[in-house]
Write a protein that binds this ligand. Structure first.
Ligand code: GLC
Length: 711
């Protein structure tokens, strides 16, 4: 390979969207392109590959990438919703079905899964994440990778994943996208890196760097994460691609004086492929001539990229590679099931749900998200086909008996509307109905990249609409479609039931209506904490105890303080005066139409020698009268560590379905390696000492036992 051809492999260009410009064609003929993104027209992809393979000297095929985040044509719930299923199988189906649809047009690389840990729901990209917990995120990422990459990357219907965004992107200050992150190494290693490591161990062969700077060094030029961690410690042999122009943005960061220095800093830190900016193409050969970048380094980058192309079987693609239609049987079934299991029942006062349709003669359906084929798909759905969308209103109309009248009024034109001129009609309609279903939340555009909100309450006049309808005294079921947790403190007491559906994807309608009508019981569990108000953020279950732990009582002091009160303490612990210390809904929480009883939590041993494993067992009974799924969650607390440890950490979970009165023995195998963490020396190990262990249905699990790890 000539030097120009080598540098060409490091160049990831954007497509011309269904056509091939003369510039692109020439670059391909010159062997100056290693990959292309955002082309989804099969004929164009075929011609791009043909030019690269037949019209260039070396005939090296292209990586063809796209953001296939939670579906391609038919859309699964957003990743935050998929995480709420706690169901790895559904995560795998999402990857497999997405890959089948995307590879059929000739794509071979997806920029997913997003494994950023997020504890600040103001950040728009929380919608793309699997939430706040490293273990749950890791398990869902592993499952999705299995689905995307299949048994072998060379097989039809398989495509390479690209983990993102490396690393710590979800910790952007004030939840503003692209903003600064300052993450101590110990927290980076214990919280933000584990999902990347788990995903690489599961076979992920590419990573994308994040736009953000990490402790003052932009991730795209951060040799600590790109070389020390990724290559030296993890021995990663895949490729690292920059994010969109994140190499040239080193100048905007004030980290590089010019594009040549940006190229030098990114290439020497460990970027293999530059997305859409051209600092590598324009400057690397000069940097090599000046001895600043070695040809060995370039060869390593090229080798990484060619290795991925070989693993993808791209050197053996033949003419009909884009016509391979991988049959995915029952894909609608899995997409609908994922939407069903992603829904989290947050409130169900007096068991108003499931709807007792036999006792209803009219239902009011109100809200800007009742019948929105596009909005229900959520973010990152460039290729989603709204023709597949089935909305809640249409599904309700198709499911309810004619004896029940459906009184529909949108009420607000969209989720941001502040126009209350229709409120009188809405209230009249509610008063004429036996029950009110309100489909509220966020339009898809209010979450996702660069779509962050400083106030995560229901937008527009939705809170006022709920307030107005609540004054009719009619029972209200609030169904929330959203790309993030919403601060529902001011509406939670005004409705009888709340079902969080996230953005549930193509089959939002059938899924939500099946749940409302009791065809299935809700089984979703929160993958992220719901704060009461925005001001509580960050608030997450695996917090540290501090030296003065606040109590999660529900009393709000501020109203009880005497006027003119002398300076004195309310206990000097860690809490806010003006809001209870607890979240509105905790991580792992989700109600069911039945109840589950946990009994007889036992350990095979309560003194565990370092390096050994032990069994945890608990008896679980469906103590209600509904068949339902439960996600059994296992949490531990390391009481004393060489660094402070969280008050709880999720270590295992298992989802089971039980019939009424059915009892099963649930057991988990736990090793001391599961208890390992990066201590003060930033070396990963399990430290001896005492532990608490809980098993239950949320991070508020109360059934507790204890054990000790000994030398
Ligand atoms: C975007 C996103 C990244 C995406 C890339 C290509 O800016 O940050 O997640 O994969 O560009 O679309």
């Amino acid at each position: 390979m000539t030097l120009e051809e080598k540098i060409g492999q490091l160049n990831l260009i954007n497509s011309d969207y269904g056509t091939i410009s003369s510039t692109t064609r020439k670059a391909l003929q010159d062997g100056a392109v290693g990959g292309i993104l955002n082309e989804v027209d099969p004929t164009t992809i075929k011609e791009l590959q043909r030019i690269a393979i037949e019209d260039s000297r070396l005939g090296i095929p292209l990586l063809a990438g796209r953001d296939i985040i939670h579906g391609f044509r038919t859309i699964f719930p957003i990743p935050l919703g998929l995480a709420a299923t706690w169901n790895e199988e559904l995560g795998e189906h999402c990857g497999h079905i997405s890959a089948a649809e995307a590879t059929s047009v000739g794509l071979n690389w997806t920029f997913a899964p997003i494994v950023d840990i997020c504890r600040d729901p103001r950040w728009g990209r929380v919608a793309e994440s699997f939430g706040e917990d490293p273990y749950l995120c890791s398990q869902m990422a592993i499952a999705m990778i299995k689905g995307f990459q299949g048994e072998s990357l060379e097989l039809p219907g398989s495509m390479a994943v690209c983990l993102k965004h490396f690393a710590g992107y979800g910790a952007c200050e004030s939840g503003k996208d692209y903003n600064t992150t300052n993450i101590p190494e110990n927290e980076l290693r214990n919280v933000h890196l584990p999902p990347f490591k788990a995903a690489i161990d599961a076979g992920a062969l590419s990573l994308m760097t994040s736009f953000s700077d990490l402790d003052g060094v932009p991730a795209t030029a951060n040799s600590f994460i790109l070389q020390t961690i990724l290559r030296d410690e993890w021995i990663f042999d895949g490729i690292v691609v920059s994010d969109w122009e994140s190499v040239s943005q080193l100048i905007d960061h004030g980290f590089a004086r010019n594009e040549k220095e940006a190229a030098y800093l990114a290439a020497s830190a460990g970027i293999d492929m530059e997305m859409t900016s051209t600092t590598f193409t324009d400057n690397l050969s000069q940097l090599i001539d000046e001895g600043k970048i070695s040809i060995d380094d370039i060869n390593r980058k090229v080798a990484n990229i060619l290795r991925l192309k070989f693993r993808l079987g791209l050197f053996d693609i033949n003419d009909d590679f884009i016509n391979v239609q991988v049959n995915v049987t029952d894909h609608k079934k899995y997409i609908k099931e994922a939407a069903i299991q992603s829904c989290v029942l947050l409130k169900n006062k007096n068991k108003i749900l499931p709807l007792k349709s036999q006792s209803l003669s009219s239902i009011a359906v109100i809200g800007p998200l009742s019948d929105e084929p596009h909005e229900q798909l959520g973010t990152w759905v460039f290729d989603g086909d709204v023709a597949y969308s089935e909305t809640p209103l249409k599904s309700l109309q198709a499911s309810l008996p004619d004896s029940i009248q459906i009184n529909y009024i949108k009420g607000l034109e969209n989720s941001r509307s502040k126009d209350k001129s229709n409120f009188t009609n809405i209230i009249q309609l509610a008063e004429q109905s036996d029950l009110v279903l309100m489909f509220m939340g966020e339009e898809a555009i209010l979450a996702g990249e660069a779509h962050c909100r400083a106030d995560i309450r229901l937008p527009g006049a939705q809170e006022e609409l709920i307030d107005a309808v609540s004054k009719t005294g009619k029972p209200i079921v609030l169904i929330i479609m959203t790309g993030r947790p919403l601060a529902l403190e001011s509406v939670v007491d005004k409705v009888d039931a709340i079902l969080c559906a996230w953005h549930p994807g193509s089959y939002a309608g059938p899924a939500i209506i099946d749940l409302l009508l009791g065809v299935q019981s809700p089984s979703g569990k929160l993958p992220i904490t719901f704060p009461r108000i925005t001001g509580q953020i960050p608030i997450y279950y695996s917090h540290k105890n501090t030296g003065r732990p606040g109590t999660p009582e529900s009393i709000t002091f501020i109203d009880d303080i005497d006027v003119g009160a002398p300076q004195h303490s309310f206990g000097n612990t860690s809490f806010h005066l003006d809001i209870p210390n607890s979240p509105l809904f905790p991580f792992g929480f989700g109600l069911s139409y039945t109840t589950f009883k946990y009994e007889n939590l036992k350990l095979s041993d309560d003194k565990i020698i370092l390096g050994n494993s032990f069994t945890v067992s608990v008896e679980l009974t469906n103590s209600g009268d509904y068949e339902a799924m439960e996600t059994v969650q296992l949490y531990i607390r390391d009481l004393v560590g060489s660094v402070t440890r969280p008050v709880k950490e999720l270590k295992k979970f298992k989802k089971v379905s039980l019939k009424p009165n059915e009892k099963v023995l649930i057991s988990f195998e736990l090793s001391t390696d599961d208890l390992a963490f990066y201590g003060r020396d930033n070396i990963r190990k399990c430290e001896t000492g005492e532990f608490h262990l809980w098993v239950g249905s949320s991070s508020n699990a109360e059934l507790i036992t204890a054990f000790e790890v000994i030398e």
